[in-house]
Design a protein around this ligand. Structure first.
Ligand code: CTP
Ligand code: CA
Length: 227
């Protein structure tokens, strides 16, 4: 449940939330993506809406129902996500970047379906880095805006998380151990360690993504109050 302080701090605030795994097209019928279900981001959007925020959910394709009372902006690729975030950021008070963004995209997407060839048993894909959206956001954000990232790690969770918090100029980072089968990408439960800009951290128990989203949103409210 959301406390009164959270609701007061977030009431009327415009929050952008991103969710799902981006898709990078190889050809008209194929793409590269990842295991993200979108559940964590959708839970954050729902918790923010319930706290009285005006929420825009920028989402890669998922199997999830649209949360009620939330404006949905569908995207597929990382470039589309970057464009959607950066055009809306000036009018927003905050951003929660829960999307699992592809780090690489094909150098070129084929216009036609890639065919099997008789003279070739291997297909070599050339990939290039996608734009880092949070890095671009950091360069454009105002001091009154709150920006939250996630970190998906399979090792050195806290050390890697701290580095991302600093490098991406975040107010808050939710570090996620994605090597564990019981939590993370596809399930209904999760466990995160919240890393704050002032150096302190706070680990949640293993609990529902809904409960973690509520805690995240209450931290966002506290950060707004400190700005
Ligand atoms: N992110 C982003 N743009 C990208 C890649 C990631 O904005 N091109 C965001 C994610 O949405 C997340 C945060 O950056 O909030 C950290 O993502 P993560 O994949 O953990 O870190 P990376 O910086 O991509 O580094 P790596 O995957 O190598 O650990
Ligand atoms: Ca990444």
């Amino acid at each position: 449940p959301l406390d009164a302080q959270t609701t007061t701090a977030l009431s009327g605030k415009h929050l952008l939330v991103t969710a799902g795994g981006t898709r990078e097209r190889l050809d008209p019928v194929r793409f590269l993506t990842n295991d993200s279900s979108g559940k964590m981001g959708y839970a954050v959007a729902t918790a923010a809406q319930q706290a009285g925020a005006d929420v825009t959910l920028i989402t890669a394709p998922t199997k999830l129902p649209v949360p009620s009372g939330v404006t949905v902006v569908p995207i597929e690729s990382t470039q589309e996500l970057a464009d959607a975030v950066l055009t809306r950021l000036p009018a927003a008070d905050g951003l929660v970047m829960a999307a699992a963004v592809a780090d690489f995209q094909p150098v070129t997407a084929a216009d036609q379906k890639i065919k099997k060839t008789t003279d070739n048993d291997e297909l070599v894909l050339r990939l290039k880095k996608t734009p880092d959206i949070l890095q671009a956001v950091a360069a454009n954000k105002r001091p009154d805006q709150v920006v939250v990232g996630f970190a998906a790690e399979t090792q050195n969770l806290l050390e890697n998380g701290r580095q991302k918090l600093t490098k991406k100029h975040l107010d808050l980072l939710a570090a996620n151990d994605v090597s564990r089968a019981d939590i993370g990408f596809n399930g209904d439960n999760n466990q995160v360690t919240f890393l704050f800009a002032d150096g302190h951290s706070d680990q949640t128990p293993v609990t529902s993504k809904r409960a973690i989203a509520t805690t995240l949103i209450s931290h966002v409210a506290e950060i707004f109050n400190q700005k």
